[in-house]
Design a protein around this ligand. Sequence first.
Ligand SMILES: CC(=O)N[C@@H](C)C(=O)N[C@@H](C)C(=O)O
Length: 769
Amino acid sequence: MENPKTKEFPLGIDEETEQQYSLHSNLLQQFTSISSIDKSWIFNSNTADSSSQGMMFSVSQPNLLANKKRKFILSSTVNKRSDGSVGLDWAPFPVEMTGVSVMVPSPSGSKLLIVRNPEGDGGCKFEIWSNSCLENEFSVPQSKHGSVYADGWFEGISWNSDETRIAYVAEEPSPAKPTFNDQGYKVSGSDDKDSSSWKGQGDWEEDWGETYAGKRQPALFVINITSGEVQAVKGIDKSLSVGQVVWAPSSEGSAQYLVFVGWSYETRKLGIKYCYNRACALYAVKAPHESKPNENEIQATEDVQALKLTQTISSAFLPRFSPDGNFLVFLSARSSVDSGAHSATNSLHRIDWPKDVKLYQSAKVHDVIPVVLCADDDGFPGLYFSSILSDPWLSDGHTLIIPSVWHSSQVLLSVNVFSGQIKRITPADSNFSWSLLTLHGNNIFAVSSSPVDVPQVKYGTFVEKEGGNSEWRWSDVSNPIYKCSDKVRSLLSSLTFSIMKISVKEASENPTKGSCKPYESIFVSSKTKKSDACDPLIVVLHGGPHSVSLSSFSKSQAFLSSLGYSLLIVNYRGSLGFGEEALQSLPGNIGSQDVNDVLSAIDHVIDLGLASPSKIAVLGGSHGGFLTTHLIGQAPEKFVAAAARNPVCNLELMVGTTDIPDWCFVESYGTNGRDRITEAPSAEDLTLFYSKSPIAHLSKVKTPTVFLLGAQDLRVPISTGLQYARALKEKGVPVKVILFPNDVHGIDRPQSDFESFLSIAAWFNKYCK
Ligand SMILES: CC(=O)N[C@@H](C)C(=O)N[C@@H](C)C(=O)O
């Protein structure tokens, strides 16, 4: 037998950790392997049997060995039953999609665009499929454009109505770089490649920060799907980054227009990921002509300059035309732009679409859903969503179906864009969270889940009842996608969850009404009380801070609760989903109001006898890591273990290195901080940043803490986490640091996510059981 004293362990692993890893890694793999639906589409039937329609699901599943997400397509046929519900007949096997960046069916469903972005020097591949074969395939050289944007934000791919052309967003081609040879500088003009010259760097160009490192400016293009001709759209200011393009309704005899979102910047591009406070507007621009012989000169003289449609509002995005083409709706994050908070309560707007192009610029922006400042207790708390279906309309042509965060859950809403009437269409008595898959006529495919229930596909039908009492009814749709192991199912069935209201203990000076309203925590625990002793508790804190922990299924959280921990997931004031006044109460008060909200939520569960004060751990990433490290400093007796993922530990250090220095100013000073934003903070600014930071409380910390850091994080550069971890080590506090060399802020590559949560479990089992 091996002598444990002489046994060599892998880096960072001792005997106890090895045991923990052996015990729990298989269960974590079982959670990890649960698939998720990214998108789905419904197709009109080509058969005589019009009661059945085809459906396609794009599904992803982490592939730990390859450290990638495996993507596949699963097809089914929709069968409508006489009672209004549906069943899906599934194809026997899925088909893996390798190397596919985006796929977009045409509006009629008769064609499918598949885009494959280049991995090396080659071009972008566009494939046009019919239902039986590949119809056309084009390779677009890098000299025309770089990768097609598939990021879910700048991303926009839109088929025109006769399905002959596609507008899309791709990276501008790379500019030429200065060339040198043994004679010195090679005068530009010659693009010769020879072994006696080399390329210099030229000027550094700004990008949009976190997750956009090295990505070139997003620009607009149109491809003809028969000839493969690609045209760059003219008339767009070079300084504008563009995205989310859609074709404007076409009218006989007049030119075709494209509507897109444009983001401009002042002196530098600030990070845009999770940051809705970047000003943006809708523009209309003439789509390029199909080139015909001898037409070039006529085109050159045409007025092609893009028109700004939304002059009167600081933010406009997600444009969608009504089915009749008479109006355009869009979302606005103007509260976020105007206050400087990186995310806030949205509003929805409408422009009646003029038939005369010249009137576009003076189109009136109507408010459909305004920003909600403070909602009644059970009233609509405001709009919180950032993606929308490409066709979100019911058959009346003016009712939109959208998801939105409502307190700690995501619900589905129907919105009448003329009257502004909003209805919550998912069950009011459900604490589950819902996401939208696709519309099926006037019915809805959706997914519903909870912290202890794996996602379930649902079908919603609108039932008109006598006496005008109509309602939405939801039925389960059986599906093979969310399959999980018997072990996972049995562990989850022993858990339960509830959403708790937590009263505000101390309001700030001059509080607004909305900031005094209760906030919420999601509490996950075992159904059966094993003895008088409570299970150990993990307090889970989201980042942002203007984000939210939803009551939806999370594999990593379900893994931790399956190991015997209760979870207290706190939506402290400042979270999305509770109205604008509650959200805006946090900027200027970070490190105190949010910390106290979390401490009050913990006291609440201790007072209810649901948690034992001696067995509490805390876990959070980013701003959640800021709170984690603040809590172990400000309440050093309270926490026996902590885990911080890319935490903000020192704003004074972060401000000079992050892609969002403006965030440090606004969150530290409040909205007034907007006027102080600078690349050269004063000594006074730096003093305030330090005083608001967890590092200011470091001397009191004694909680053993594990740090998970992504070395490519541009948002919260690892220097702040490393500095704090080293300082704790210097004090003799037990510390573990795992650095993921190729991860960005989210640390979500499959192997990194896996190792993060396995090590968090091992750490908590060591110090908090
Ligand atoms: C706006 C932003 O990115 N803030 C970070 C400090 C942060 O907390 N990020 C959130 C979104 C996260 O969960 O990573």
